[in-house]
Design a protein around this ligand. Structure first.
Ligand SMILES: [Zn+2]
Length: 293
């Protein structure tokens, strides 16, 4: 009983933290890792020696064909009925029949541009955010198993494909190397993999992050909750933060490490206030860094 692996669904982590007003990069991952270890020790009466964290994100954005063909025309026709679709001048389209050939071509050309923009933004966003985290924490590994399906006509990502299977595969592949698997995800598609791991007589825990006490974790499927051996619970006030704040007046930068929100009586987002007086006399608001980036 001396090794654990944490498997994190990056999208789930992102939205869980986002709902609380925090970001992955604000977390002191080193301290967080140590706290996970302590909780495993409490649960299993054994102190794990080694622990790895694996974060899974989609690696690319899938291109819908945005060629001007029958498929595109039919999809546009259906999307206008079901979703909000805008024309090239950003007016809501209410009726396909009223569009001219020229209008349709403009919509298609914009879809091509939007898709390209989204792809670039997505990739640089993910890689930038996680590069910072993996460089500073050798025990964290980023895996990119799937892709994001983006719909260029309605102008938004519609789903992630392959990430859940990527997590499941990796959990099984690595299962000879750990004694305890910890999952941060809400996806019921992980249940077959969890059953396999349990059959190998490994502990499987869900890592739950939530804002309130008592916990009301959001978006975790019942099948998943009922299948695992237990929970590694983190209310927001127990998550350690590490971030940097710079002074606008003197350009001084202050690192805040190992800082817990519980220290400042966390009640709600609006109630959190922590300030630090810079050496130049300027009062800096940490709150701004954690919550408004
Ligand atoms: Zn200053």
């Amino acid at each position: 009983m001396n090794k654990f692996s944490v498997f994190i669904d990056g999208e789930f982590l992102f939205f869980t933290f986002k709902s609380m007003g925090i970001q992955e990069k604000d977390i002191d991952w080193h301290a967080f890792h140590g706290l996970i270890r302590n909780k495993i020790e409490n649960y299993t009466n054994a102190r794990p020696m080694v622990g790895r964290i694996h974060i899974f994100k989609a690696e690319s954005v899938a291109f819908f064909p945005v060629k001007r063909n029958e498929w595109f025309n039919n999809k546009l026709k259906n999307d206008i009925k079901e979703y909000k679709v805008y024309d090239a001048d950003n007016r809501l389209i209410t009726d396909y029949a009223s569009l001219t050939e020229d209008d349709i071509e403009k919509i298609r050309l914009r879809a091509v541009t939007d898709l390209k923009d989204f792809k670039e933004k997505y990739m640089s966003g993910v890689l930038g955010r996680y590069r910072h985290i993996t460089i500073n924490n050798a025990f964290i590994e980023l895996s990119l198993p799937g892709f994001v399906k983006y719909d260029p006509i309605i102008g938004r990502p519609i789903e992630e494909k392959g990430v859940d299977v990527g997590i499941a595969t990796d959990m099984i592949l690595k299962s000879d190397n750990y004694d305890v698997a910890i999952i941060l995800s809400g996806d019921a598609d992980l249940t077959p993999a969890i059953k396999q791991i349990k059959n190998k007589m490994k502990f499987v825990f869900l890592l739950r992050v939530f804002k309130e006490k008592p916990p009301r974790p959001v978006g975790i499927s019942d099948q998943l909750s009922q299948l695992v051996d237990g929970y590694i619970d983190f209310p927001l006030c127990e998550i350690p933060f590490s971030f940097r704040i710079s002074c606008d007046t003197c350009a001084n930068t202050i690192n805040v490490d190992n800082y817990f929100l519980s220290d400042i009586n966390f009640l709600s987002r609006e109630d959190v206030r922590l300030t630090h007086t810079c050496k130049c006399g300027q009062i800096l608001d940490f709150n701004r860094t954690v919550f408004e980036n």
